[in-house]
Ligand binder design. Structure first.
Ligand code: SF4
Length: 477
């Protein structure tokens, strides 16, 4: 059976693929690897991963490719679902006998609704779909495959849940599929060195943050890990296949969730002499940071989320402002760069808590920041809470162009005010003399960095002006 794994065409520059955390068009062009699709693709010989947004494929171009396959596995998200349905319908119209499966957090949480949304869908997968797809291609009957839902005589059938995969070492190396099907130069994240290669060393996160998409809807709250030997072997292959790569990114939900394992893995990575980056909570201790730095760590993506303790408590972040301060101090001492992630619009945001976050970010002074709007994805506790308390003012998570909407509002602050605060946040952080001086120093001595900063600066300016258009057209609220 010939199988296409499709990251479907969507909004222009839509970073919504099977690997991104916020499915939206970002401030500056950003594409994560469609890693989730690459696992089953690595187990099926006659398969191909097609990443339409990263390749800038139109719908027509995509159809001309996928029509030659027997099964098309489409990764979908809540933000892009309606658009993806159009793609699915067009695929079926192009060839009636093509089977179509939808996968991702959206179908995991809303399998029934997803199937009812289009007759063109043959089945949907719930949660990890690696082996569900493999079993289907091996000829298993739909009724025998755990973790899927399908239609039979007009009725929706939900098979048993599939157990989360315990033996992650048994999965294929995604870098084999990157080499076979993808162009690594298509993938860029503003704060990562380019080109980069991203892999997972584990799945899931034990933390309970109520806004977070992946653990609640897909990967679960247990951090399952690959053995250090298995990770080191894949990194070695990545270096061999892509000698031009400047950085490896370990895109686990939270890489630092298991301290002993971090130490063990770093011991394995050190001899490779690579530069790498990853994710961390602010609870990571100094010794662990040091071990990571000594084995090649360059940058950490850190979810600070808010500078207000009450907001952190409201979303069950499980850390304190003091921990965030100490952690940042430790990273600076060890010369570990930080990309700080903040969210506006979490329950129960106020004008004052936004001001706390802006001041906090400026005081911590990470190398770069990202300010996202709270996205209440179905299946998250945030979604339930906002339904219960009536915080929703809008269902759409993204605008007509794929930019994040603010769909929530709270007593004392409207969704439009939260939306507008994103721009204020960025400007207050990036237009500080301290930050500008740091940038000038960087671009004066590094030609590549100069080109990058100028390009990203232009994209960022365009992003701000598009947001202004959204406000003028009343499309942000
Ligand atoms: S620590 Fe990070 S990955 Fe884990 S639940 Fe919280 S936000 Fe999600």
């Amino acid at each position: 059976m010939k199988v296409a794994f499709l990251n479907p065409p969507s909004y222009e520059d839509f970073d919504g693929g099977a690997g991104s955390r916020y499915q939206a068009t970002r401030e500056v062009t950003s594409f994560w690897y469609p890693t989730w699709l690459c696992y089953p693709a690595g187990m099926i010989k006659d398969s191909r991963v097609i990443d339409a947004p990263a390749e800038h494929y139109s719908l027509e171009k995509t159809l001309s490719i996928v029509k030659d396959f027997d099964l098309v596995v489409v990764y979908t998200s809540t933000a892009s679902f309606m658009k993806d349905l159009d793609t699915v319908r067009c695929i079926k119209e192009a060839r009636k006998d093509i089977k179509i499966a939808l996968v991702g957090p959206h179908t995991s949480i809303l399998p029934e609704e997803s199937l009812r949304a289009s007759q063109a869908i043959d089945f949907v997968c719930r949660r990890e779909f690696d082996y569900s797809i493999k079993e289907f291609t091996e000829g298993k009957n739909l009724k025998e495959i755990d973790g899927i839902s399908y239609r039979k005589n007009g009725e929706i059938i939900h098979n048993n849940d599939r157990e989360p995969i315990k033996d992650l070492d048994a999965l294929p190396f995604v870098v084999e599929v990157y080499r076979r099907d993808l162009n690594i130069h298509n993938y860029q994240i503003p704060y990562l060195l380019k080109p980069y290669v991203s892999i997972y060393t584990g799945r899931g996160c034990p933390a309970q943050c109520i806004f977070c998409l992946w653990p609640q809807t897909f990967t679960g709250n247990t951090y399952r890990v690959r053995s250090p030997e298995n990770v080191v072997e894949e990194v070695g292959l990545a270096l061999k296949y892509f000698p031009e790569v400047k950085e490896i990114f370990f895109d686990d939900d939270t890489f630092t969730a298991n301290r002993a394992r971090v130490h063990e893995l770093c011991r394995g990575l050190k001899p490779l002499g690579i530069t790498w980056s990853t994710t961390s909570r602010v609870s990571t201790d100094y010794d662990t940071l040091k071990v990571m730095k000594d084995s090649g760590l360059r940058l950490l993506v850190v979810g600070y989320e808010s500078g207000n303790q009450q907001i952190l408590d409201n979303v069950k972040k499980g850390v304190t402002i003091e921990q965030a301060k100490q952690f940042t101090k430790n990273c600076k001492k060890l010369k570990i760069q930080i990309h700080g992630a903040f969210i506006l619009g979490l329950p129960e945001e106020t004008h004052e808590s936004i001001e706390d976050s802006i001041r906090f970010a400026c005081k911590l002074n990470p190398d770069t920041i990202q300010v996202s709007l709270a996205s209440p994805y179905p299946g998250t506790r945030l979604y339930e809470l906002c339904q219960e308390k009536g915080y929703f003012v809008k269902e759409n998570l993204v605008s007509e162009r794929g930019y994040q909407n603010c769909s929530l509002q709270y007593p004392g602050i409207t969704n439009l005010e939260i939306f507008q605060a994103v721009e204020k946040f960025y400007k207050r952080f990036y237009y500080r003399p301290r930050f500008i001086a740091r940038m000038i120093k960087k671009i004066l001595f590094n030609k590549e960095e100069r080109r990058r900063v100028l390009r990203e600066g232009a994209e960022f300016k365009e992003f701000l002006s598009r947001r202004k258009e959204m406000v003028r057209g009343n499309k942000a609220c």
